[in-house]
Design a protein around this ligand. Structure first.
Ligand code: MN3
Length: 235
């Protein structure tokens, strides 16, 4: 596989995540929208082993995520969607086609997913820890709630930690490639952490053991990025 395409180092990601531009936030918030871009993966395919295996990462990124992006761009061709930030598209997704909903969602969700993972373990920063304790009781209680959402999502979908319009954290799950930004979501807000529980995300390594995959997710969460997402969602 063409590893040379994905040689960004972990340090580079921490310093300047390429995803912030795609998600249309961070310091570039005042800048004009520059179009939809397929993100770089900020680490090597084997970087999250043994929790997420290299083959799964490679297929997930180069095949699944790439396909969502390509199909979204195809659906957006010759429409104003090309010039519309993804957050805005998702907020009005009930007025879009199934192709835009599924592929735009898949494009956005995976971009966030790669971003919130890291090969090196990072503790939960103080600000986010305090908010989690305030809204869930404890970090352990939050992890249990999020884990349950991931484990009990029927069929394909995602588990989320998100911030609602009042700035409060909540846990939810969504089917398929939906997410809390969508106007069709039961629980609406800004996702700051997401876990893919489609079988393509874990089946090669874990087969039917989704529970084990979900429990191991905590070993690869990049809490620094989640904390940054939290601060942006609140501001
Ligand atoms: Mn996936």
């Amino acid at each position: 596989m063409k590893r040379r395409n994905f040689i960004a180092t972990v340090g580079t990601v921490a310093a300047a995540s390429p995803f912030f531009g795609v998600l249309g936030s961070c310091a570039s918030e005042t800048r004009a929208f520059e179009g939809h871009k397929f993100p770089e993966l900020g680490y090597d395919f084997n970087a999250l082993e043994p929790y997420i295996d290299a083959q799964t990462m490679e297929l997930h990124y180069t095949k699944h995520h790439q396909a969502y992006f390509n199909n979204f761009m195809k659906a957006a061709e010759n429409t104003e969607l090309l010039e519309t930030p993804m957050e805005k598209i998702l907020a009005g997704i009930s007025g879009q086609s199934a192709a835009v909903r599924n592929n735009g969602g898949g494009f956005y969700n995976h971009t966030l997913f790669w971003e919130v993972m890291s090969p090196s373990r990072v503790d939960v920063p103080a600000a986010l820890k305090q908010a989690i304790e305030s809204d869930f009781g404890s970090v352990e209680a939050f992890k249990e709630k999020f884990g349950n959402a991931a484990k009990t999502q029927f069929g394909s979908g995602w588990a989320w930690l998100a911030v609602d319009s009042a700035g409060k954290l909540f846990v939810s799950s969504t089917p398929n490639q939906d997410n809390p930004l969508m106007d069709v979501a039961d629980a609406k807000g800004t996702p700051i952490l997401g876990l893919d529980v489609w079988e393509h995300a874990y089946y090669l390594h874990y087969q039917n053991r989704r529970t084990e995959y979900v429990d191991n997710f905590w070993n690869v969460v990049n809490w620094e990025v989640v904390n940054n997402n939290y601060n942006r969602a609140k501001s």
